[in-house]
Structure formats: C-alpha cells, structure tokens
Design a protein around this ligand. Structure first.
Ligand code: NDP
Ligand code: GDR
Length: 373
C-alpha cells in the first residue's frame, strides 16, 4: 500500500485529503505545528492513538521553516507521494506578515523539494504543489487557463509564484514527478472563518438567530470562481496518478461576486437584502422576510430580524492594498486529461455551508440556554 506525506494536514484541504487517501488504503503521515491550544480539530475524526497497532495516520510536529525537521521526517517516511499544502494562506494577512509568508510559502516549498533530492528520492517520491489562482492576480485573460500569464498582486501570490516555478525547475532539472495544481478558491464547512465565504455563512446564521448584529466586509465587488474543497482534493490525487507530471487549472468555470454570495446566503435563510450607498459605505438592508422559509429553518425560534434592519456594512479595514478583482478558471485540461469535473457548484456550495453553520448557530444558542438555566 502507498504512503503519503501531507504538510498542512490540519488545514481545510489537508483534512479532506487525509480522509480521501485513508479511504483509498494509504498510510498517511502528516506534519502539524506545535501550538499552545489544540489545532487538530479538523482531523479529530480520523485521529488514531499512537498506541494503536497498525495505525494508518501518523502525525509529526514540524514547521515549513525548519529544514532539519523536514529532512528528518522525509527520511523516516520515504513517502510515495508528498502533498505540500502548508502555507500562511491568507492573502490580506500576507500584507501584514510578508516575510513570514515568503518563508513558509516560497522557501518552505524549496525545503521540501530539496529534502526529496538530498535523500535521493527523486525517482520514488511524487510531489504535489498547492498553487493558486492568486497567481493570475490582475488577470491578463478571461477565463484563465494554464497558459494565461501571471500577475501576482500580494506578498502571498508573489511567494506562490516562486513555489510554482521552483516546482517546475525541480521537475526539469532532476526528473522529479512534480505537479502544480492551480486551484481556484474552494470552500466548505471546514473553511477558516476569516475567509470571506465562511465569514458570511457564519455571520448570516448567527444574525438570524440573534447572536450577532452585523456583518462587516471589505470589497463586495470582487468576483471569484468558488468550488467545493472535497471535489478539489480528488484532483490533487489524480495529478499524482498520471504517468507524466504536469500543471493543471482546477476550477468550476463560474464566477460570482462577494455581493452575490451574501444574497444567496441570506436567500437560503428566507431573508432578501437590498443594497444602499456607495462602495466605501455600502450597506445591506433587509428587504423582505419569507415567513414560511424562516419557520422551516428556525422551527420554534423567532428571529429578531425586521424589514429595514441594516445587517451588512462595508468596513474599509478589510480592503487590500492591491486587490484581485476577477477570477474565473477554465478547467478543460483537467477534464480531458484527469477526467476530473467539479460536482458541486455555487448554489449547492452556499447551501451546504449555510446548513452547516445554521446548525452551529442553533447549538450555540442551546448552549447559552443551558448556561442560563
Ligand atoms: P488553510 O489555511 O486552511 O491550511 C493551511 C495549513 O498550513 C494548516 O494546516 C496550517 O497549520 C499549515 N501551516 C501554516 N503555516 C505553517 C508552517 N509555518 N509550518 C507548517 N504548517 C503550516 O489552507 P487551505 O487548506 O485552504 O489551503 C491549502 C493550501 O492550498 C495552501 O497552501 C493554500 O495556500 C493553497 N490554496 C488554497 C486554496 C483555497 O481556496 N483553499 C486555493 C489555492 C491554493 P495550522 O492548522 O496549525 O494553522
Ligand atoms: P482569497 O480569499 O483572497 O481569494 O484567497 P478570501 O476569501 O480571503 O477573499 C476573497 C475576496 O473577498 C473579498 N472580501 C473579503 N475577504 C475577506 N477575507 N474578508 C472580508 O471581510 C472580505 N470582504 C471582501 C477579498 O477582498 C477578496 O477579493 C483564498 C485563499 O484560500 C488563498 O490561500 C488561495 O490561494 C485563494 O483563495 C485562491
């Protein structure tokens, strides 16, 4: 049976990928960071106690900035496949911590590749690099394909550009089976809560049950090609099953604005919103409430929301010094060569996330009731 090593296993994608590989019979090794609080929530469901015999999920403490640690783990595991997912992955945060972002994203990738080479594993170990649609940045073409020129617009994207090219360089220089997945945004109930989709579905459901009053957002006009994370980890695996390494766009081919994501989220809950004001102080106001739908989603609970309430406000603090306005990918190559297609598109994705977060908000309410009692 095959062995895989995943960096970033505690993240959204790492957790889905680990589940997927375990189902396929792999032994999965994952690198986690030491933290003062637990950071393994997303993999708790697959965790196996170190005392268990024949366990197939093995975790190591490590960090993308520590090459001695990476070399030691690589030597111990000698994996058939490495999935390099670890990163400071937040674009806005990368403007605040540009050097650390470059350390983890750019040099972190180099360190893993170099570990494979130093240990003489070039012929055994296949390598997947988590590249990104952020590489297109100020997009030079619509839709974006594997041939569209890159124009990074953040320290994160510039670091990912280095990682993209160093992956190709190790493939060409040392014959490594190394592939870049140029993945467009992909979301899920496991998405970190500071990324815009999850921020919206968490806030909307909390607003509905009266646990939060407003949702503050940045640029509502940005458009993204949003897919579903469990679909996307399958594409990662498929890339490493090909005879030849290559680079692939993974996307849905649809694009929607942040504004539309808000509307669709609230629609799922029986609330329609109308927009008021200019870009820097735009507001989302409750336009109508669909009583039947609200009863369906809330049961006995009454929402405090009223027509005319302002529930979304723009706060320029969330604007980025340089923004990526429009991304939409063309996944034709992946469809033809990998036989990969996205199963979940925009509307279904929003529904999945809203359902999950509504349950969370209702549970939070219940917990509060217990505390009061
Ligand atoms: P997350 O932010 O959810 O997960 C990032 C992972 O990297 C976490 O496990 C995190 O650990 C780990 N990590 C962060 N810094 C370090 C470090 N210094 N050393 C070791 N591990 C570290 O990202 P996603 O799962 O969404 O994305 C996975 C990868 O794919 C990332 O590289 C991202 O840049 C890229 N990507 C993501 C896309 C998306 O839409 N989700 C699209 C295209 C590319 P911890 O849990 O401790 O924080
Ligand atoms: P992105 O995702 O930058 O595309 O990077 P994010 O969800 O952070 O932003 C998407 C767009 O929404 C706008 N936006 C806001 N974003 C956040 N986070 N918070 C807000 O309040 C807000 N308001 C508006 C942003 O300006 C942006 O235009 C993600 C990450 O997962 C990367 O690691 C990955 O490489 C890319 O997707 C593809």
């Amino acid at each position: 049976m095959k062995t895989a090593l995943i960096t970033g296993i505690t993240g959204q994608d790492g957790s889905y990928l680990a589940e997927y590989l375990l189902e396929k019979g792999y032994t999965v090794h994952g690198i986690i960071r030491r933290s003062s609080s637990f950071n393994t929530k997303r993999i708790d469901n697959i965790y196996q106690d170190p005392h268990e015999k024949n366990r197939r999920l093995i975790l190591y403490y490590g960090d993308s900035t520590d090459s001695t640690n990476l070399i030691r783990i690589m030597k111990e595991v000698e994996p058939d496949e490495v999935y390099n997912l670890a990163a400071q992955s937040h674009v806005k945060v990368s403007f605040e911590s540009p050097e650390y972002t470059a350390e983890t994203v750019a040099l972190g990738t180099l360190k893993i590749l170099e570990a494979i080479k130093l240990l003489g594993l070039e012929k055994k170990t296949k390598f997947y690099q988590a590249s990104t649609s952020e590489l297109y940045g100020k997009a030079q073409e619509i839709p974006q394909t594997e041939k569209t020129p890159f124009y990074p617009r953040s320290p994160y994207a510039a670091a990912k550009l280095y990682a993209y090219w160093i992956t190709i360089n190790y493939r060409e220089a040392y014959g490594l089976h190394a592939s870049n997945g140029i993945l467009f945004n992909h979301e899920s109930p496991r998405r970190g809560e500071t990324f815009v989709t999850r921020k919206i579905t968490r806030a909307a459901t909390r607003i509905l049950v009266g646990r939060q009053q407003k949702l503050y957002l940045g640029n509502l006009s940005a458009k993204r090609d949003w897919g579903y994370a469990p679909d996307y980890v399958k594409a990662m695996w498929l890339m490493l099953q090909q005879d030849e390494p290559d680079d692939y766009v993974i996307a849905t081919g649809e694009t929607h604005s942040v504004r539309e994501f808000c509307e669709e989220t609230f629609n799922n809950l029986g609330v329609s919103i109308r927009w008021k004001g200019e870009e820097r102080n735009e507001k989302g106001v409750v336009d109508s409430l669909e009583r039947e739908k609200l009863e369906q989603v809330l049961g006995d609970i009454k929402t405090p929301l009223k027509v005319g309430d302002t529930i979304i406000e723009v706060d320029p603090v969330y604007f980025r010094p340089t923004e990526v306005n429009l991304l939409v990918g063309d996944p034709t190559k992946a469809k033809e060569k990998l036989k990969w297609e996205p199963q979940v598109k925009f509307k279904e994705l929003v529904k999945i996330m809203v359902e999950n977060d509504l349950n969370l908000a209702l549970k939070e309410n219940q917990r509060n009731e217990w505390i009061k009692e």
